[in-house]
Design a protein around this ligand. Sequence first.
Ligand SMILES: Cc1ncc(COP(=O)(O)O)c(C=O)c1O
Length: 404
Amino acid sequence: MTTINRNYRKLQGSYLFSNIAGKVAAFSQKHPEAEIIRLGIGDVTQPLAPAILKALHRAVDEMGDAATFHGYAPDLGYDFLRNAIAREDYEARGCQISPEEIFISDGAKSDCGNIQEIFGTDNRVAVCDPVYPVYVDTNVMAGRTGEFDRERGNYRGIIYMPCREEEGFVPQLPQETPDLIYLCFPNNPTGAAITRERLQEWVDYANRTGAVILYDAAYEAYISEPKLPHSIYECEGARECAIEFRSFSKNAGFTGVRLGFTVVPKSLKRDGAQLWDLWARRHGTRFNGAPYLVQRAGEAVYTPEGKSQLAGQIAYYMENARIIREGLAGAGFTVYGGVNAPYIWLKTPEGMKSWEFFDYLLEKARVVGTPGEGFGACGEGYFRLTAFGDRENTRRAVERICRL
Ligand SMILES: Cc1ncc(COP(=O)(O)O)c(C=O)c1O
């Protein structure tokens, strides 16, 4: 008889954003006239920049001509894109990452979900709390955790690293020693950033203990403070202990286009193996390459026109972030984030539970945000708003919240 992967039974409810979508749909059905402003899911709203559209159009035309048609892409990505990334994202920041160490994919969600597959199921996993849920759920599915502990509100067997207000939402080194450490900076959901010195402590810790850091830098383009690291490879020794994930979703609006990459340095070895080899094998076996069109669009991100147009888009979202942050702070809310990240992390007023505040905001202001508790037990009492809305809606949402 067929059996299932019983680890799936440990998963809690449906994915956070499906829960939110369900609640919003039920509310809309009850109040069809209600005009709801969505600042919940971190999806972009600005159209693709002209330089990217131009590259896409050109690539579409190439696909219509036998002489320039492209079939399967190389498993690990086209050289034109890997070279541009190595040069612009790494060499320009003083990091030693070669094009072969860059694996092109369809996005950071797939990569940071799939990466755990190259590690043994007996590895201990450490995550921040609150956390982007993909890191946890994919390890639950793989059987690297125990059951969900209702009382604690999290899974047994995972090392949760609380990210507290008083510590700028950056975790302390854990008491128990993990094998795999997920870090994400600038952070989703708290909007916190990490300094180079603090990140160096993590790199030194991983090299000391033999752990591997899985560093999600999906929001690096939003860093506004010049001294903050954009890549973990800006730290000494990171090539020996870290894998980095990047996405084109937030810096270039590719959430619906789909493109990302993972960096696995060839010098990263564990358990007698080069992790590069394992990831190359995994990628080549399970993934048939990101589309040519999309990789050409990705290349355009690094052209002078692309860079300048995208800087404008990021500035647009960060102005939204400022409007939310300053508007809510002015109305007496305690707010964090929104300076080096497109997320504002606010404290729910009067000790309200985060789902309670979600319902309250939907009911009274018709604004949708994301309850902090959905990101982990330490997210309770907080609420995330995104700066990815359009300007008008962002302004109106802030006005409505401030009027409550
Ligand atoms: C921290 C983090 N990593 C990865 C992703 C997913 O990125 P992608 O669209 O490239 O799959 C997101 C999306 O919201 C995210 O917040």
